[in-house]
Design a protein around this ligand. Sequence first.
Ligand code: KG4
Ligand code: ZN
Length: 329
Amino acid sequence: MTILAIETSCDETAAAIVDGTGRLRSSVVASQADLHAPYGGVVPEVASRRHLELAEPVVAAALERAGMGLDDIDAVAVTEGPGLIGALLVGVATAKAIAFARRLPLIPVDHLHGHIAALYLEPDPLRPPFLTLLVSGGHTLLAEVEDERGYKVIGRSLDDAAGEAFDKGARLLGLGYPGGPRLERATAGGDDTAYDLPAPMVGREGHDFSFSGLKTALRYAVDGEPSVRERRNDLAASYQRAIVRSLVGRTMEAVDSTGHTTLAVVGGVAANSALRAAFHEACDARGVTLALAPMELCSDNAAMIASAARFTDPVLFPDYLARDAYASL
Ligand code: KG4
Ligand code: ZN
C-alpha cells in the first residue's frame, strides 16, 4: 500500500510518500523557522496561515519527487495530534480533502508514534522490542516498544520538555530562535565544566524527568555574570552538559531496570551531537545496542508519519466524513 502522509503539527509543513515495502519514496519539509524567528518562538496563528499556503505545493512536490500522481496513492495519512490545534487542522483538512476526492482510506497518526516510527523505514528497520527515549520540543518521555503499532510510556518530564529546556536556555543566553541548534553551536570552544549546573533527577526513583529547576539554575548563573556575552560559550556548554547528563543518566537507569538490550533515541533533540556521543559511550560501556534516528528524521517530517501509518488502523471512506474536523478523525 503506497501512503501519502502530511505533517503540520507545529512549524514544519511536510509531506512524504512511503511505498508498500516500507521504502521512503520522497520527503519534503518546508520549515517556517525564519518566519517565527523575529518573535522568538512559534506563533500558532502565523503557523496555521503559513501551513495553508504551503500544504498544497508541499504535497505536489512530494508526489513529483516520487515520480507519482494521486492515482498511485492507496491511502492518505495525517498527524492528528498532539500539536498546535490550528496547525493540525490545516493538515487534517488537506488530508481529508484528498482522501475524500479519491475515495481513499484516511490514517490518523499520533505524532509521537511517528517520531518512534522514523526507525521503521527500509532498508534497515529497527525491530521491537526496545526502550525508547523521545526528546522533542513538546515532549520528553521514556517508552517501552513491544511492537510497531504503539508504545507504553514509563516516564515523562514533569515540567519542561528537553527541547523546551534548550529553547528557554538559548533565550536566556540571547541566542534567539530556534534555540536548540543555536545553543549547540554556541557550545563550540566552551568549557562544559565552567559552571556546576545540576543534572536533574539522576539517581531518583522512577523514570521521570524535570528541567525547570535547571533552567532556573542557568538564570542565576546568567544573573551573576557581569558580561554574559563573554561567558556565553561556557554557559551554553555547561547547560548542555547538564541536560545531556540528565537525559543519559535517567535513560540508562531505565535500561538497567527494564532489562532492554536495545535503546532508540528519537525526536528533535536527538539531533544534538553531544547527546548522540554521550549515548554511544554509555551504550558501548553496557553492551546495549543503540539506534539513533537519522539526522534528517529527528525533527518534524512526514516520512516518520508515513512510516507510523503503516502500523495504524485506517478509517475507511466515507466514515471519516462524519467525524469531528479535528479532535478525533
Ligand atoms: O521533534 P521536533 O522537531 O518538534 C516537536 O515535536 O517538538 O523537536 C523540536 C525541538 C526544539 O525544541 C529544538 O530546539 C530541538 O528539538 N532541537 C535541538 C537540536 N535540534 C533541534 N535541541 C538540541 N540540539 C539540537 N541540535
Ligand atoms: Zn515532533
